[in-house]
Design a protein around this ligand. Structure first.
Ligand code: PAF
Length: 281
């Protein structure tokens, strides 16, 4: 398996592939790979001639220094996992100064209000940081397809918008959220939870399912209130938001509408922040 740490050797290799008309799939990650990431990689492998996986903990998308410092990371384990899928995967694992020359700060973007609520509201410049690094990676890798998980649905919509606005010649492939048997959405942050916190965290998925069951019979305010009351019974859970929003423009809605919508939730479980979402209809 080829592992590149610098841009120029990666680009030389990719140029050769492009010259041979190879179709390239790209899976951006911050490492600490789990089955969710691996499903994106497998999908890319099945749909492309070559797959590039980037592993880079992007400093500009963290709005909290401690969160960045404690973000799980194990590059040897990640490489082992990728190798076990296919030794043809191309890994890009740069140092920070390879991607950020000079100041490590995010660029400015207009996300057409997609960043106004939910993660955008609670995580400061998070999406500017994500868009900065994803733009850099799209520009240098020039893949044909990029694979993003619906687990981070707001991020996925923001990247779809970025592709359109910046006219990147890449198509985003939406990939469904991978869950453990008890419903917990797979996330690198789950590594920070102990066994009992993981069990408690499944209440987030239960809350989303409750919203799906009740969307035809209760108004959204009532659903929100019942979820908040129920989660307050768990001392380990601190709910940050539960929002029902339009799937396209991500604006919170108060009444059931004709257009597709999703329920979104963010909460701290024993101090670890998790997010999840579910399509309601
Ligand atoms: O979803 C992630 O892991 C990150 O936000 C991404 C897209 C790799 C950018 O750093």
């Amino acid at each position: 398996m080829l592992v590149f740490r610098d841009i120029s050797t990666l680009q030389n290799h990719l140029r050769n592939l492009k010259n041979n008309n190879k179709i390239i799939g790209f899976v951006p990650t911050m490492g600490a790979l789990h089955k969710g990431h691996l499903s994106l990689v497998n999908k890319s492998i099945s749909q492309n001639d070559s797959t590039v996986v980037s592993i880079f903990i992007n400093p500009t998308q963290f709005n909290n220094v401690d969160d960045l410092k404690t973000y799980p990371s194990d590059i040897n384990k990640d490489l082992e996992l990728l190798r076990s899928i296919s030794d043809k995967i191309i890994v890009f694992n740069p140092e920070s100064d390879e991607l950020y020359s000079g100041d490590i700060k995010p660029d400015q973007f207009n996300f057409n209000e997609l960043d106004r609520y939910m993660e955008g509201e609670f995580r400061g410049n998070h999406f500017a940081g994500v868009a900065t690094v994803v733009s850099k990676l799209f520009s240098l890798i020039k893949a044909d397809y990029a694979y993003f998980g619906e687990k981070d649905f707001q991020q996925l919509r923001i990247i779809e918008n970025l592709i359109k606005e910046k006219k990147f010649k890449i198509k985003l492939i939406r990939c469904e959220t991978i869950r453990s048997e008890d419903g917990l959405a797979l996330s690198s942050r789950n590594n920070k939870l102990n066994f009992s916190s993981k069990k408690i965290a499944t209440n987030l998925f239960k809350a989303l399912n409750f919203a799906k069951e009740k969307i035809d019979v209760l108004c959204i305010d009532e659903i929100q209130q019942k979820i908040s009351d129920n989660l307050s019974n768990f001392k380990e859970i601190e709910l940050e938001y539960f929002v029902v929003a339009d799937e396209k423009n991500l604006k919170p809605i108060k009444h059931k509408q004709a257009e597709k919508c999703r329920a979104f939730i963010a909460a701290y479980i024993s101090g670890i922040r998790l997010i999840d979402n579910l399509k309601l209809y």
